[in-house]
Design a protein around this ligand. Sequence first.
Ligand SMILES: Cc1ncc(COP(=O)(O)O)c(C=O)c1O
Length: 382
Amino acid sequence: MSQDRRSFLRTLGVGGAGVLSMPAWINARGLEAGTHAEASAVAATARANGVIKLDSNENPNGPVPAVIREVQKNFRAAALYPARSEQPVRDAIAKANALASDQVMLGCGSGEVLRLAVQAFCSPSKHLVSALPSFESPAQYARVLGLPVREIPLDSELRIDLAAMARESRGAGLVFLCNPNNPTGHVHSAAAVKGFIEEVLRTDPEVVVLVDEAYHEFVDDPAYASAAPMIANTPRVFVSRTFSKIYGIAGMRLGYALGAPATLTKMERLRLPNGIGGLTQVAGIAALSEPAQLAKEQRDNRAARAFTTKWFTDAGYTVVPSQANFVLVQLKRDAGAFRDACAKHDVLVGRVFPPLTTHSRISIGTMDEMQRAVQVFKQVLG
Ligand SMILES: Cc1ncc(COP(=O)(O)O)c(C=O)c1O
């Protein structure tokens, strides 16, 4: 890791002194969909030094060098309101995805896109369809708004049950498909996703499908492909992506939607104007400027994920084959107790995803972190 990236992590108190002395906003960053109370409870059990943070599927190497360079160089722009058009970063995202910039909408993380989708397409008479467990934020937000939610259990192999999801899409406002799914890391093939979307669109004349591709860049499976090309044929499908995972800028809050302009407009009008800071936009452009770095992040993740998977498998546990930067392990014991016990040894693992209360989701850190973390897992699991 470069000196810049190491000192960035030290600044955040990760891999060095500072977790307990970090300001509240950094502590709260600790769980990607958890509450502040949960985050501080976990952080409070961690000691100040040497915490290994495997709880939020972040990039353990920090932002790529170009991001650090460009943000430092442009820091004086922090005095200015961000450009309303967000044009340069939308252009960069559009170019990276071979789309036009009016097919791109930014979000304060892809989490904002997910919320806007629920707000724009669901209503008291049009429910949300999601898998259970899956990334829970759309369902949580629908409940906050008092909107109906139908959550479809995973199948016996912990895959999203596409047929059951399609059946529940009659009369729905929004169908949320997380591919790869969080927390399992399972990915559906391009053919399966296309067939599913076609079936959903046939089932209901108005329903909209959101494919969450937060972990898109980690997928190796040759049968997988993004659903983004489908946006050209129908305004009833759109895709969300994020800079929080492989691009390593979760703290700067940048995500985006790819969709037909008419679909994006329905969400755009609900956004907070000036919601994406100028430096965040600079960081997004810089992150996309280093494709070689992306390949390195993919390689590092693949190697550390293989190591972790093998360690658990050799120890007799079942690991869901993952296409993302985390693994879900069947521990056959209470996952909350495992998480708390690991936290006492300064290893933070993911929250529990009911109803899978004996599975632990473990984010992939650096190889060095995983080699140290498995020593703690060994001690805790006995
Ligand atoms: C599947 C999925 N979607 C969306 C998000 C939201 O991430 P962000 O708001 O940082 O883009 C996450 C965060 O962990 C996630 O796992």
